[in-house]
Design a protein around this ligand. Structure first.
Ligand code: ZN
Length: 81
């Protein structure tokens, strides 16, 4: 499954986060990035400047984590910075 698919399965629209169990097989820092990413979506649904500001505050190394995720056998999530 691609990262896009995993992110889509991370339900952040109903006030809770559901993470795909495939994520537990990934390095802990990547799981942390993924979880923080989804948590930020609870208060900011789009990848807006506000989203990036909040994400950067709670996960300063998000760019590295995202790049690392993209190097895994997963597709990149498409979103503008
Ligand atoms: Zn997202």
């Amino acid at each position: 499954m691609s990262l896009v698919g995993l992110l889509k399965q991370g339900n952040h629209h109903a006030g809770y986060i559901r993470l795909n169990t495939q994520l537990v097989t990934k390095p802990k820092d990547l799981l942390e990035y993924f979880t923080i990413h989804e948590m930020v979506h609870l208060i900011e649904p789009t990848h807006s400047e506000r989203f990036l500001s909040i994400l950067s505050r709670h996960c300063p190394a998000w760019r590295e984590a995202r790049a690392e995720l993209n190097e895994l056998p997963l597709a990149a999530e498409c979103w503008n910075e």
